[in-house]
Write a protein that binds this ligand. Structure first.
Ligand SMILES: Cc1ncc(COP(=O)(O)O)c(C=O)c1O
Length: 460
């Protein structure tokens, strides 16, 4: 008998973020087709892509508009190197992204994956200070519970022991400051109070060390990969002010939270108070949703003052970083189709109209004593399962139970979350909520609160 795709995969493919010894128990689903929010495996079974395939897919799989744009670009120019050449999709994408920041972030440097954007932002920050005569500013600050990717530079500003420990001797040392995670509220405190405590921690570090610090990197509003930690926008405002006061660059990593995930196109927009002029980071990283979940692409947008600091007769003062596929024309063209969709279909407004249905359908979770911190922002819904009810290998058991209920869902540790494509409607939302409730009951009924064993560490 011929082997299934899953069997062949297990013999040849080494999956990311996976302990392959468990793969026999949790075999990879061999997906052969996608349509809207649905993925279809080799047996024809369907699954709702609750995490938009690691938060990249914005408008569903095999979207007609993006498909058409790609087919057109395919016959024109699939790829050309971006050193010494340029091309219409890269130019238009850079212009339009910069336009979305009101031209404050005037230049766009292209990368491929999210982690490569983070590497670019980190290197650019240090090199900026070097070109400005500040050779002493070469350190970075990140938040506890941060996740910025897994290449060595990005990992050095990531706070996930499971991902870091094996490589610790290879990693540069970054400062870690308190996370503003709103789940840390003490009785009588608000999320803004937690954010202010975190700001005080950042201020103390800057007072002691700012002369050596090149940049602060953070994920605006939601620390996603370490468990959907939401925080108050006041932290962004105050961090911006501190970075100005202490001459530290601010890198906003919007790889997960950009493109409408938190309700605004850029999450950082929520830092600006009504009636006040917009505040922006100095560098802004985008990837994931940028190409609608089609092709790897990332960008770092930066202020013109950063760009001009690299202009010189001396080649070595230029930013020489490169990737072969930087600014790939097909990926940029997909990204333009994504921006067209935002512009022509009022995506942010439509999400705002659709989200309450899912929020309401999930509302009973708030009264479930097995759960904590049932939360929602924009197009992200999350809750935590109390350790006593989760049992061992909670994420894996939930994932498997989800499969049986047509959900492709991967909790992060004991945090269950939904980050669906922007295609919700009333019937999909009620179906989705019902499946989540049912999966939760399937899994927690198996758990024996008496026989508590620690659940597995967070893994996205
Ligand atoms: C905030 C953030 N930054 C960076 C990355 C890394 O992106 P990539 O997986 O494309 O390298 C991720 C991935 O989850 C992320 O959430």
């Amino acid at each position: 008998m011929s082997q299934t795709l899953t069997q062949r995969s297990l013999q040849a493919v080494w999956n990311p973020c996976t302990q392959m010894q468990r793969a026999a128990h949790v075999p990879p689903l061999a997906m052969v087709r996608g349509e809207g929010p649905w993925l279809f495996d080799e047996t024809g079974r369907r699954y709702f892509d609750t995490s938009s395939s690691w938060w990249v897919n914005l408008f569903g799989h095999a979207d007609a508009g993006i498909n058409a744009a790609l087919k057109d670009q395919l016959d024109r120019l699939p790829h050309v190197m971006l050193a010494g050449c340029t091309h219409p999709p890269a130019i238009e994408l850079a212009e339009r992204l910069s336009g979305l920041t009101g031209q404050v972030l005037g230049h766009c440097f292209f990368g491929s994956d999210g982690a490569s954007a983070v590497e670019i932002a980190l290197k650019m920050s240090v090199h900026y200070w070097r070109n400005s005569g500040r050779m002493d500013k070469s350190e970075f600050v990140c938040l506890r519970q941060s996740y910025h990717g897994e290449t060595l530079g990005a990992l050095a500003v990531t706070d996930v022991a499971l991902f870091r420990d094996a490589y610790d001797p290879l990693l540069m040392r970054a400062h870690q400051v308190m996370s503003p995670d709103a789940r840390q509220t003490q009785p009588g405190e608000t999320s803004a109070d937690v954010a202010r405590r975190a700001v005080a921690d950042l201020r103390a570090l800057f007072e002691a060390r700012a002369n050596h610090i090149a940049a602060l990197i953070l994920e605006p509003l939601v620390q996603a990969a370490t468990g959907m930690a939401f925080y108050d926008p006041i932290y962004l405002r105050e961090a911006r002010a501190l970075c100005d006061a202490y001459a530290v660059l601010l890198i906003a990593d919007e790889i997960a939270v950009g493109y409408g995930r938190t309700g605004t196109f850029f999450a950082f927009e929520q830092a600006t108070l009504a009636e006040q002029s917009p505040i922006w980071p100095d560098l802004l990283c985008l990837s994931k949703g940028i190409s609608g979940g089609y092709l790897p692409l990332s960008v770092v947008l930066c202020r013109d003052a950063i760009y001009t600091a690299f202009l010189d007769d001396d080649v070595a003062r230029g930013f020489l970083h490169s990737h072969s596929y930087s600014g790939n024309a097909l990926a940029c063209r997909a990204a333009l189709a994504v921006l067209d969709r935002f512009r022509d279909h009022a995506v942010l407004q439509s999400n705002q109209q659709q989200a309450p249905t899912l929020t309401e359908a999930l509302a009973p979770l708030r009264d479930d004593p097995r759960l904590a911190h049932v939360r929602h922002i924009g197009m992200i819904w999350a809750f935590d399962v109390h350790e006593t009810f989760a049992g061992s290998r909670f994420a894996e058991r939930f994932h498997l139970a989800g499969r049986a209920r047509e959900l492709l869902i991967r909790p992060i540790g004991r945090t269950v979350y939904l980050m669906p494509p922007y295609v919700l409607n009333a019937s999909l939302s009620s179906w989705l909520a019902a499946q989540v409730h049912a999966t939760l009951d399937d899994v927690l009924q198996q758990a024996n609160p008496g026989a508590h064993r620690p659940s597995e560490p967070a893994i996205a």
